[in-house]
Write a new protein. Structure first.
Length: 260
């Protein structure tokens, strides 16, 4: 926990006081931004805090449970930083005690916004900070993401291309080298307080030359004002298929506050 706290303190100090002023960037001109921000639009940058409870049914009868803390800070027009801290319990090696997982820092930039859509690029550094081997990847990993968002009459379509690559580490696991194509769709809801997202993705592991795929569906509800922003409760079940799949299924419960 000391390592994660130190990294978070250094990152916030590096941002400088001049950047920590706006709760969110001005809404871009797209029609998709006419409604209140609910966090489903990848081109909209808002100050956000999230608490996630995640359960994964791993392969061979094992499981993991995680408490994930996320914080998003706008840094100026289109720029953002996201800090992620996981506290995890995994029973793979017979030790089901809770420990720190791999913390990460993500930087993002939104650009090229029009009424038709926009672009997002992100770079995330995942640090090897887990207190036990089974709680992390045993590698320092760089995750690069490109998102192309389309604002449609019936919602938002935002396909993305992601690549994770292990840079260095002390573990004996195979090097991370994974490419994912993610097809993300947010239908426009009749009641703006409700939200639904569909998130199918397809991944290829270059190390063992194998595929896996998953489908996640998020169901959410705007609970009203809290802490100076809007609060949401989200439920996200997911299923995974393929010979190289990291888990069989999972479910995630999230509480988040946006725009405070």
């Amino acid at each position: 926990m000391k390592v994660a706290a130190t990294l978070l303190s250094l990152a916030l100090a590096a941002l400088g006081p001049t950047h920590l002023v706006a709760a969110e960037d001005p809404p871009p001109p797209g029609a998709a931004h006419a409604t209140e921000d609910n966090g489903t639009d990848p081109t909209r940058v808002s100050r956000t805090a999230m608490i996630k409870l995640e359960h994964l049914d791993l392969r061979d009868g094992f499981s993991s449970n995680s408490l994930r803390l996320w914080y998003t800070q706008p840094l100026g027009p289109g720029f953002s930083a996201v800090f992620k801290l996981p506290v995890t319990q995994v029973d793979v090696l017979g030790n089901d005690g809770v420990g720190l997982g791999d913390v990460s820092i993500q930087l993002g930039k939104v650009f090229g916004l029009t009424r038709a859509g926009g672009h997002v690029v992100q770079a995330e550094m995942i640090f090897e900070t887990a207190t036990r081997p089974e709680l992390g990847g045993n590698q320092n990993v760089l995750k690069a993401t490109y998102v192309r968002a389309f604002f449609l009459k019936k919602g938002i379509l935002a396909p993305s291309f992601l690549h994770n690559v292990g840079l260095w580490g002390q573990g004996d696991r195979p090097r991370v080298n994974l490419t994912t194509v993610d097809l993300y769709f947010v239908p426009k809801m009749g009641n703006p307080r409700n939200l639904v997202t569909f998130d199918p993705n397809f991944s290829y592991n270059w190390e063992n030359e194998d595929f896996f795929a998953s489908l996640a569906v998020t169901l959410g509800r705007n609970l009203g004002k809290a802490f100076g922003g809007n609060q949401f409760l989200l439920l996200k079940p997911a299923i995974v298929a393929g010979g190289d799949r990291p888990n069989n299924w999972g479910v995630e419960l999230t509480y988040k506050v946006i725009g405070f």
